[in-house]
Design a protein around this ligand. Sequence first.
Ligand SMILES: Cc1cc2nc3c(=O)[nH]c(=O)nc-3n(C[C@H](O)[C@H](O)[C@H](O)COP(=O)(O)OP(=O)(O)OC[C@H]3O[C@@H](n4cnc5c(N)ncnc54)[C@H](O)[C@@H]3O)c2cc1C
Length: 445
Amino acid sequence: MADVQYDVVVVGGGPAGSTIAGLLAKQGRRVFLMERESFPRYHIGESLVTGMIPVMEELGVVEELEKRFRPKSGINLVWGKDPQPWRSDFSATGGLYDHSWHVRRDEFDKLLLDNARRLGVEVVEQAQVTEVLQDADGRVTGVAYTHAGGAHTAHGRFVVDASGQSRTLTRKLTGITWQEDLRNLAIWGYTEKYTPQEFPDDILVEAIESGGWMWGIPLADDKLSVGYVLPVEQLAELTRQGRTQQEVFAEGLASSRIAKTMVDVATVGELRTTRDWSHICDAFHGPGWVAVGDSAAFIDPLFSSGVWLGTSGAWLAARALDAALENPAEERQALERFDATYRQLYHDILAYVRYFMDPNRLREEYMERARAIGQTYIENSAVGFIALISGIKSLPEVVSFDPMGETGLAEVMERRARMVADAKEAAARQKAGESPDREPETAEV
Ligand SMILES: Cc1cc2nc3c(=O)[nH]c(=O)nc-3n(C[C@H](O)[C@H](O)[C@H](O)COP(=O)(O)OP(=O)(O)OC[C@H]3O[C@@H](n4cnc5c(N)ncnc54)[C@H](O)[C@@H]3O)c2cc1C
């Protein structure tokens, strides 16, 4: 493969990588994307929220999503002091989006990657990026990768890290804060036979009394994804007591109230596990590079926010890179604005996940905190809850993002620095055994 100079080279073809690559190609930019695997490939992260629909509209894939995937109407929660399940419906936010989808990620991710190709991205699969190339000043100028048994390089004016949990660039280029209190592990599997809930298109999210929580994601009438998320220490303790992961999963399910009425554990196929440890990088950009998706930041899947967060970050970054390519003198301005806006999305959801993780509060308290975080948008706390967790609350900031905005650079940088410091402080409080949770300050828009 010949070495070529691209506008942008993208590492990773998951939802974040395909989205930023597709949007930039749509703007006429020359984009090259390397994906390690051959698609379709398995991935976890199957339940989507409505906040990601506008960027899917930009990509032109909504019709396909409607055709291929089961609608998701809302969330059914078994959580908090009140023993009754309670549901929250996307349609409560008003507007256009009354449902999203439950997706088989192999098919969803392939759809987005093929769409990026359709929009003009040069995509190479089974291409693993092995090295970041930098000039004498430290500016990122490209990557080295292996493909078809050979070693290659790709050069771009910008490189995007969209390599998910591999963090191919961010691992080398920036620091990271791990959220110690959200150091979890997930165990999950699939069953072809299950009893649907009263609202069959909802995701089920159920707190487990002994610790952790379970999900039930109805991918199809004959396919339910069922998972158990629990703290790493809890699993370690159970393992010390001699339990296998199968037994831990079975005990979690047996002690649920609703999940166990849907699934017979004997019908759940092979179990999978993965680390599920929330983190955020100190920088989402530097000279010549940006990071989007899990390589930038990851939040516990409690509210299914991963794909929304990653594709929203990709949408913000695409506009910032487009502006920086157009006007290189403004690169710093554009990338700082992207970073601060993207970081705020993470911050709001993280703050809420933390609050919500305490399963001993009243439903009204959960609602009220959600309203407080999204206060500029919503008066009604029940609407505030679904608006926050669906990403709809943040939509105005994402849609109207202007990388050349009017706020001064110093102010934007200060805001970002404050959020980085807050994340580190919360992690330190947690390490010291204190609660990392704090009352939300006045929400910034
Ligand atoms: C247990 C669990 C449950 C979850 N549930 C949900 C959910 O219900 N809803 C939701 O929205 N999110 C969920 N998530 C989060 C979601 O999976 C991620 O946030 C999402 O996949 C991030 O997309 P991404 O494009 O950043 O990364 P990925 O989807 O991981 O894509 C990264 C791609 O980069 C490729 N890659 C990696 N390294 C290299 C390299 N060196 N060279 C080339 N290619 C490379 C990989 O092969 C991969 O295809 C869940 C996560 C976990 C752990």
